[in-house]
Structure formats: structure tokens, C-alpha cells
Design a protein around this ligand. Structure first.
Ligand code: TRP
Ligand code: ZN
Length: 517
């Protein structure tokens, strides 16, 4: 059984009214996702090169000539990973991306396939090392040309690594623009075959993107790690009978004589690559007014629109409550993207959560998945991960946010939360040490949530909500680590919390919850 769905079944077995209420409210916020550790990647020439060089970085011998007035610039070969604690191969070293400009021409398949794209990615970045070459992540697709700062660059493909050698080495702290021309049929990217969806996915008559922790590199060249966040401009040209939805604000929509339309989206807030989404399908947009200046705008697969709209009816109420306990909504737009394909989950893609068709309830009642994904906009999206090993900062918080909402809505009291989760006694591994082959395990969600509950019972509600608001205020728009959280929680509450938090996150045996006070 899928880990998250399994956990929810166990929860339902507890048999209390509270649990029945929670179960009625919807299914899990999690997905069936299993991953393999990154080192399983075959030692391709590039990977082998990267491994041989890291760490420490190999310094390319200086090409000095006696007669040269200035020394030739020197540098290092950027590595093919950022050194993530779980997935060493994700992302790349040596630079930071500031902006991705993706220009994609999409042709659908006759059959329900992925379609094909002809695309150009323009990537603005800054070096963090003296570089003679650097890598982007790109899986499949054909690259026809690469340039750096307008000059043709040589490139090499190996597995999911695109290695680029600019015409000249680049010293550290240099801003540079890379243009990659590429084409082909995008495909999911996974380090594990059994994940429900991993990036570019055909729906019934269209395509959409949902992939965590990987997937982005199946449709654009990217530094595919959440530590390197950037703004995005996403421009898609597609046949007129299809509608394009993506992150951020729709800034233009231009119809052409050839029967295609170009849609351009601007996502200005820094965003991790796994939070980029796109749907090209028979969608309809539904606007729901604004909340505190935040535009509520949804994109629903036409067939599902009525039911999907019912799921969003109470969103303003949740926003009212969440903004009071988490702080202002971090973006200028939010909506549901409901696609016509079941995948037993939703993904908190920034400003536009993607929901699988089988998560739509259509009852007018809030499901826990709806409030879970909304909470991720603060926890996971605005405050981002620097390392996949800290995933509890996303999933523990979003799961606890579900419980907070249902408590607020009168479904149960604060002191029922502990028994609700702990009561059935199923084993929960330490969430601060995730298993890279089972990243989205129930322990990350439920013991992660209990970690927050233990803090709340220790410091009391007032200090607890100060911690939550302090967290989004201090780290919104940036990445953060577990250590950052511990330090902030101690500073905001004035209490020593490190031993309690570390026991909840790292001890093999799950601690007892403190007595409710
Ligand atoms: N982050 C998602 C959630 O809990 C779960 C998830 C992980 C997911 N990987 C995914 C959903 C891939 C869709 C696709 O809300
Ligand atoms: Zn989640």
C-alpha cells in the first residue's frame, strides 16, 4: 500500500469520532512516492569526472605564458551536484540562477502522449566560483545549440547532465546568460519507477507538470535543486483549442494567424524548480475575487470544473485563519489547477497547486488536502528547503496546519490532536533522518507534525504562534534549515527547545508528548 494512504487508513482505524471527522474531510495530503538514492546513477563519463573532482574542487592548471601581459583566467569544473544530503547528484555547483525565461512551442499528440516541444531556455545566473565549465540538469530532449553571453559554447550530454564549456572561463561573481535551444518529447524524471507522477505528464487530452523532488529537468535545462531558487517567465505557444496555465500572473495572451496562441506567465517570487508547474489542456479559468489583495484564480479541467469549484468555496475562510496564524499570504495570486488525470495526490506548486482528478471532492466542504496544499505556500514555497533531508519542514508543517484548521473549525480540540495521531501506535521513524528510498513516508508527515505539537504543548499557544509567524517573517522568500528553525523557536519563545526538538526529529524511539498544559 502507498505509504501515505496507508498511514491515513491506520488513522481511520483509530475509530474515534475525531478521526472519522478528519477522514470525512478528505484523503491524505501525501503521495505515493519512492525514491532511490542519487549515487545509483551509473558512472557516466561526466558523473565520474564530477566525482573524481569533488571534493575538493580540482583547479585547472593555469595556462600562463611568459609573454602574456595578463594571466589567462583560470577556474574549476562546476560539479554535477550541490551536495544534497540525500541526493548528491541533484543540482550543480559553481553558480546561482536568478531567472529562467522559458519559451516553449507545444504540439500535442494525436494519442494521449506527451506531445513535442521546440523550446529555448534563457537562464540568467551568477558564478559562485571561477568556472571553466558548468552543468545544467536536462533529461532526454535534443539540444541543438548553447551560447553563453552571446557566444557559442561547446556542450556535452551525459545522463541527465548537460555540461557547458563557455568560450572563456568566468571568474567568480560574474553575471552570465546561457541560452539553450532544445526540442523533443518531454518525459518524467524519477530516481524511482513507482512514483505516481514525476514531472511532464500526459492527461486526458493535454499535459501537465507535477514532480517532487525531481521532474523539472524533463522539460527544461535547470539547476534542479531547491537551494537554487529563481524567478521565472514562462511563455507557451499552443494550438488555439488548448489553454495554458502556469505559476504566477498571466501577463499576455496573443492569438496568431496560424491557429496558435502565445501565453506568457510571470512568476516574480523566487521559486524552487520542483514548484514550477504548467498545464496545456482543455481548461477553464475561474476567478474567485481577491483576498487581502491576493488574486484567487483557478484553472480547472473543463469536465471537472463544477466539482473543483465546490472544493474552493471556503478558501477565503481558511486564508483568513492562516494569515492570522502564519502571517500574510506570501504571493500575489493563488489558485487550484485541477487536471483530468488521477494521481492520488496534489503538489503545492507555487501560487497554483496541482490537484489530481481523484482528489476532487466536490462537496463544498474543505478537504484536508486543500488546506494542506494552501499551507505549503508558506511552508515549503515561501520558506524553502536548502536540503531534501529537511523535508519535515515542509510536510510536518503542512500536516500540522491541517490539524490547526480543523481545530479552528471546531472539529476537535487542541488536546485531541496528540491522541489522534499517536493513539494507534503505528511506528513512526525519526523524520529528521529521511530514508532517500522512501522520502515521503508517513513519519515525515505525522511525526513531523507531532514535533510541532510537542513544541506547542511546551511553550503554550501564544509563544507557539509567535514562532510560526516569526518563521515565515524571517525566512519567507529564502531557504532555511532545521537548525535555523531550532534557533528561531528558542529565540521567539525564550525557552530551551533544542533537546525536545532534536529528540522528536532524530531519536529512534518516538518521545512522549509533554502533558497538555
Ligand atoms: N508534496 C506533496 C504533498 O504532500 C506530495 C508529493 C510528493 C507529490 N511528491 C509528489 C505530489 C509528486 C505529486 C507529485 O502535498
Ligand atoms: Zn505536503
Amino acid at each position: 500500500m502507498a505509504p501515505i494512504l496507508g498511514a491515513m487508513a491506520l488513522l481511520r482505524d483509530i475509530g474515534s469520532l475525531v478521526v472519522v471527522a478528519l477522514a470525512l474531510a478528505g484523503c491524505s495530503g501525501g503521495a505515493e512516492v519512492r525514491l532511490e538514492a542519487a549515487p545509483a546513477v551509473a558512472p557516466t563519463p561526466t558523473a565520474a569526472l564530477g566525482e573524481a573532482l569533488a571534493p575538493p574542487l580540482a583547479v585547472v592548471p593555469e595556462a600562463r605564458s611568459e609573454s602574456a601581459v595578463a594571466a589567462e583566467p583560470t577556474g574549476v569544473v562546476g560539479r554535477d551536484g550541490v551536495g544534497d544530503s540525500l541526493y548528491a547528484q541533484l543540482g550543480n555547483s559553481g553558480y546561482d540562477v536568478t531567472h529562467y525565461d522559458l519559451d516553449i512551442h507545444f504540439s500535442p499528440d494525436d494519442l494521449d502522449g506527451p506531445g513535442t516541444i521546440v523550446a529555448r531556455a534563457t537562464i540568467a545566473a551568477e558564478t559562485t566560483d571561477d568556472l571553466v565549465s558548468f552543468n545544467l540538469d536536462l533529461s532526454g530532449l535534443d539540444v541543438s545549440a548553447v551560447s553563453v553571453d552571446g557566444r557559442a559554447a561547446t556542450f556535452d550530454r551525459s545522463g541527465s547532465e548537460l555540461t557547458i564549456v563557455p568560450a572563456e572561463p568566468m571568474p567568480s561573481a560574474t553575471e552570465f546568460v546561457t541560452v539553450v535551444d532544445y526540442a523533443g518529447a518531454p518525459a518524467p524524471v524519477s530516481v524511482e519507477e513507482t512514483s505516481p507522477v514525476n514531472g511532464w505528464t500526459p492527461s486526458d487530452g493535454g499535459v501537465f507538470v507535477a514532480g517532487e523532488p525531481t521532474g523539472a529537468s524533463g522539460w527544461f535545462p535547470v539547476n534542479d535543486h531547491p537551494s537554487d531558487r529563481a524567478s521565472y517567465t514562462i511563455t507557451v505557444t499552443a494550438p488555439d483549442d488548448l489553454v495554458v496555465a502556469s505559476n504566477g500572473i498571466l501577463v499576455s495572451q496573443d492569438a496568431h494567424e496560424d491557429g496558435t496562441t502565445t501565453w506568457r506567465y510571470d512568476a516574480a517570487a523566487p521559486m524552487a524548480s520542483y514548484l514550477v508547474t504548467l498545464a496545456i489542456d482543455d481548461l477553464i479559468f475561474v476567478e474567485q475575487g481577491t483576498f487581502d489583495g491576493v488574486l484567487l484564480r483557478h484553472a480547472f479541467a473543463r469536465e471537472l470544473a463544477e466539482a473543483a469549484r465546490a472544493d474552493t468555496e471556503r478558501l477565503p475562510e481558511v486564508l483568513e485563519y492562516y494569515t492570522s496564524v502564519f502571517g500574510p499570504f506570501p504571493f500575489d495570486v493563488y489558485g487550484h489547477l485541477v487536471v483530468d488525470r488521477p494521481f492520488s495526490a496534489a503538489l503545492e506548486t507555487q501560487t497554483l497547486t496541482v490537484f489530481g482528478s481523484d482528489t476532487v471532492a466536490g462537496t463544498g466542504m474543505l478537504t484536508n488536502i486543500v488546506v494542506h496544499e494552501l499551507a505549503h505556500q508558506w511552508f515549503g514555497d515561501a520558506v524553502g528547503l536548502a536540503d531534501w533531508g529537511d523535508l519535515w519542514l515542509n510536510e510536518g508543517f503542512a500536516t500540522y496546519a491541517e490539524l490547526l484548521w480543523f481545530e479552528h473549525d471546531g472539529m476537535f480540540t487542541r488536546d485531541q490532536i496528540g491522541p489522534l495521531i499517536v493513539g494507534n501506535g503505528f511506528p513512526l521513524a525519526p523524520p529528521g533522518r529521511p530514508d532517500p528510498t522512501d522520502l515521503f513516508s508517513p513519519s515525515i508527515y505525522f511525526r513531523g507534525a507531532l514535533t510541532l505539537h510537542a513544541i506547542r504543548l511546551t511553550v503554550g499557544d501564544e509563544a507557539f504562534f509567535d514562532i510560526l509567524r516569526g518563521w515565515t517573517a524571517a525566512f519567507g522568500g529564502a531557504t532555511a534549515t532545521t537548525d535555523d528553525f531550532i534557533e528561531l523557536a528558542e529565540a521567539a519563545s525564550g525557552q530551551t527547545l533544542r533537546p525536545i526538538i532534536e529528540a522528536w526529529l532524530y531519536d529512534d524511539v518516538m518521545p512522549e508528548l509533554p502533558p497538555a498544559g
